[in-house]
Write a protein that binds this ligand. Structure first.
Ligand code: SF4
Ligand code: SF4
Length: 301
């Protein structure tokens, strides 16, 4: 009953999902630490980025039973700033514009679970790994998750619930068959982050791991490698699995000259007008406001 209601509502919204037993979270809790210990994953990257997952969800909910992983199609958006009389446009890659999708999913889960007195909550989990292990998607050579009919332009979310789903979708990690004979993402990655001879990308060379944070850009990062207001699109743009979605644009967000000046000059978020704050939050850039002026200037320069 709950499974059918969830399926109907998520599919009507254009989303796909898989469910699996909560016990599997424990199975994968050591994946990243093992890779770091084996030297396959950079230890500093592991410490900084991969140690905050809630694999043990018992402190978040009494008796959690299942995990739901949801994939929603998401395309690039554009922001446009006006500065000193000139327009500057920049891409927001698909994964950043999440507030609208998250609200839609929350509404659906509320309508399905709350009426039946089951609960759900959203822990921090390695979403791509869960999507691949549950069969929702497959890894590409660029370590992104590809979902059928969405490509890598997908927003992933995972929730735990005290409802026990019958379906326990869990299996081996799958990689796209076409990666065997394709090197498009390797060739289009400006930094050399994607390796030909091993599966894990060199995360410490990925642009995303610099421009999402308030850290100095390394000397080896060439100015013309910057291509997005945050994150990087280069390996996704080159991938044949994304060719049907590459020109799709979800939204264009305009900041007028006054708003642009305040943002680019580093005005504190709370001192912006409510309207400007809403534009930033709805565009998914709220979490990245602290790096927005620097990133925009890198693109403008
Ligand atoms: S996101 Fe950019 S830097 Fe990172 S692997 Fe892809 S192309 Fe390379
Ligand atoms: S560009 Fe080619 S190698 Fe890279 S993820 Fe796509 S299919 Fe795989």
């Amino acid at each position: 009953m709950i499974n059918n209601a969830l399926k109907t509502k998520l599919e009507a919204a254009g989303f796909q999902f898989r469910t699996f037993k909560i016990e599997h979270l424990e199975e994968i809790s050591n994946v990243f630490s093992d890779l770091a210990e084996q030297g396959i994953l950079d230890m500093n990257f592991y410490r900084d980025n991969l140690t905050n997952f809630n694999f043990c969800c018992k402190n978040m909910m009494d008796n959690p039973k299942s995990v739901i992983v949801i994939a929603s199609p998401q395309h690039k958006s554009f922001v446009e700033f006006r500065y000193e009389g000139k327009p500057y446009e920049a891409v927001i890659p698909p994964i950043y514009r999440y507030p609208e999708i998250k609200n839609k999913i929350t509404d659906i889960l509320n309508s399905v679970f709350t009426e039946s007195s089951f609960s759900f909550t959203k822990p921090v989990l390695p979403l791509k790994l869960l999507a691949v292990k549950s069969g929702l998607g497959k890894y590409g050579r660029n370590n992104l998750c590809y979902v059928p009919s969405m490509g890598s332009f997908v927003m992933l979310n995972a929730y735990i619930t005290d409802y026990e789903f019958e379906e326990d979708n869990w299996g081996d990690i799958q990689v796209l068959e076409s990666c065997k004979n394709c090197t498009a993402c390797i060739e289009n990655c400006p930094t050399g982050a994607i390796a030909n001879d091993k599966f894990l990308i060199r995360a410490q060379k990925c642009i995303t791991n610099f421009n999402e944070y308030d850290v100095p850009m390394p000397d080896w990062m060439k100015p013309d490698w910057h291509n997005s207001v945050v994150g990087c699109m280069k390996c996704q743009v080159a991938c044949p699995h994304n060719s049907s979605f590459i020109d799709m644009v979800d939204e264009r967000i305009f900041f007028n000259a006054e708003e642009s000046k305040l943002i680019l000059n580093g005005c504190a978020f709370d001192n912006l007008s409510q309207e400007t704050r809403n534009k930033i939050s709805n565009s998914g850039l709220g979490d990245y406001y602290h790096v927005l002026p620097r990133n925009m200037r890198l693109l403008m320069d």
